[in-house]
Write a protein that binds this ligand. Structure first.
Ligand code: BGC
Length: 501
């Protein structure tokens, strides 16, 4: 009796994962994801237009490890049947992929529709449905039409309507078969990497105005696409729409940094979610206050970040049917020391907060050293979201591990197991409504600046081979087993590919 009580109270205090049962709830779905530029190739095939990534890989090859391009990538433009077969072999309940804007609209605008592009995605969707796999479609995973970038890209307010036109075309083609839509993938990468530090396409390095213009226009463009679905398509198809943000969980470096961590969370997450999910909409008030103070100190006459008008606030507020979250990593935050450089590159610092980011003390890096691994972060992030925005359904639209490529990828299995355990804790202990989990990625792909050196795939792709052969890694067997059993119990951990806990 005493022992039993001790175990119960230890469970309460430590909240360790063996305290919860390891079965996933019946409504929980498993999937995997990819994005068009990263896997498709066929960069100039069959009437496709040019996007900002096509442009930058050709004009600045030295930016990419091994001068890699996505010109051929995993050749999914031709090998999509193989991808569907793999998804079925894994037992996925859904497959999240994205549409390359200029494959459908080669001019970037809705004046011209490319039949071959339309057929490509239509065939893919049909094949998935034939296997009983739900297609989850992202409208925009960073492939901005080059011409729209020439016109200012995400800093030009007209993009809101152009994105709306694109969304309407895509819905009208596929909403009869696609029920779950993600409008935009990861505003933080689009705006902060693309327009602030300029390390990603379109490589604009203008930290004062550009990222915040981009930030606001992505919110409006998302809302436009949401409202078009809502009024023109929902009555007939009754699907659901959201936006997927990359959520980096922020922990205080020490107890005295708690307030800074709160501000850090609003900066890293609230900037892309408050307008949509909060009761009042617009920018998070703490960010608005900080940016006004910074603007005046920098010699501007007023707020250098565009404010939301009342009308815009109302337009954006409430435009999501669920919360879509990509979560990989956690950082700690502390104030910058005197003279410490705070450049916003690769998450080393946040200059607007005069703060420095560092990996949490017990985090480790995967083999390819991309992001600190900190499974508890995903749970804390979701508890925070619930507190901020209420009991909304959360779909984890990306989470994954980067390796250097071996087939017996036990580190990835360990990563998946630990993150899934934290997700179970969030569901069972914290009562967060997590409705699904997506592994990034189904197959190895073009990992942006890292080219083909960083491997996220459950399946290896042999990029040297013109056939781009796909081979399952140990983690693919593990994930298939978890999906089949709907549980993280020992069956899958002791699977006979040799892995033991
Ligand atoms: C992006 C993917 C990327 C992955 C790993 C995510 O933030 O959506 O495109 O490959 O991270 O870096």
């Amino acid at each position: 009796m005493f022992r039993y009580k001790t175990v119960i109270s230890l469970c309460f205090v430590w909240q360790v994962s063996w305290c919860v049962d390891h079965n996933f709830p019946p409504n929980f779905k498993f999937g995997a994801a990819t994005s068009s530029y990263q896997i498709e190739g066929g960069w100039d095939a069959d009437g496709k237009g040019v996007n900002v990534w096509d442009k930058v890989v050709h004009s600045n090859p030295e930016m990419f490890c091994g001068n890699a391009t996505g010109d051929i990538a995993a050749d999914s433009y031709h090998k999509w049947r193989e991808d569907v077969r793999i998804a079925a072999e894994l037992g996925l309940q859904f497959y999240r992929f994205s549409i390359n804007w200029v494959r459908i609209l080669p001019t970037g605008f809705s004046n011209e529709i490319n039949k071959a592009g339309v057929k490509y995605y239509s065939d893919l969707i049909d094949a998935l449905l034939a296997e009983g796999i739900e297609p989850i479609v992202t409208l925009y995973h960073w492939e901005l039409p080059a011409i729209i970038q020439d016109l200012g890209g995400w800093t030009n307010p007209l993009i809101v309507d152009w994105f709306g036109d694109y969304a309407r075309v895509v819905y009208s083609l596929y909403a009869d078969r696609v029920n779950t839509w993600i409008t935009i993938n990861e505003v933080i990468v689009i705006c902060d990497y693309g327009y602030y530090s300029g390390i990603f396409a379109p490589n604009i390095k203008e930290p004062l105005l550009a990222p915040y213009l981009c930030n606001k226009h992505t919110m409006l463009a998302h809302a436009k696409a949401y409202r078009i679905y809502d009024t023109e398509f929902r009555p007939k198809y009754n699907g659901r729409v959201s936006i997927a943000n990359h959520l980096i969980w922020i922990e205080p470096h020490s107890a005295k940094d708690e307030e800074l961590a709160t501000l850090g969370r609003e900066y890293m997450v609230g900037r892309f979610t408050h307008a949509i999910f909060s009761k009042n909409g617009g920018w998070p008030p703490s960010i608005e206050k900080m940016m006004l103070k910074n603007s005046l100190a920098q010699g501007f006459n007023s707020f250098r970040v565009l404010a939301f008008t009342d009308e815009e606030r109302e337009f954006v507020k409430g435009t999501a049917d669920f919360f879509a979250m990509n979560q990989y990593t956690t950082y700690t935050i502390r104030p910058a020391k005197k003279g410490e450089v705070t450049e916003y590159v690769f998450l080393k610092a946040l200059p607007d907060l005069n703060a420095v980011l560092e990996p949490p003390p017990h985090a480790h890096y995967g083999e390819s050293k991309m992001m600190p691994i900190y499974p508890e972060g995903i749970r804390r992030q979701m508890v925070w979201l619930k507190k901020q925005y209420g009991d909304i359904d959360i779909l984890i639209t990306e989470n994954g591990y980067s390796s250097t490529g071996q087939l017996d990828d036990y580190d990835r299995i360990d990563f998946l197991k630990k993150y899934l355990e934290q997700i179970l804790m969030a569901i069972k202990v914290d009562k967060v409504n997590v409705v699904g989990y997506t592994v990034w990625s189904l197959i190895d792909n073009f990992e942006w600046l890292q080219g083909y050196t960083s491997k996220f795939g459950l399946y290896e792709v042999d990029f040297e081979n013109p056939d781009k052969k796909r081979t399952p890694r140990a983690s693919a067997h593990f994930y298939a087993c978890v999906i089949k059993n709907r549980s993280l119990n020992d069956t899958c951990l002791n699977y006979d590919f040799g892995y033991k806990v």
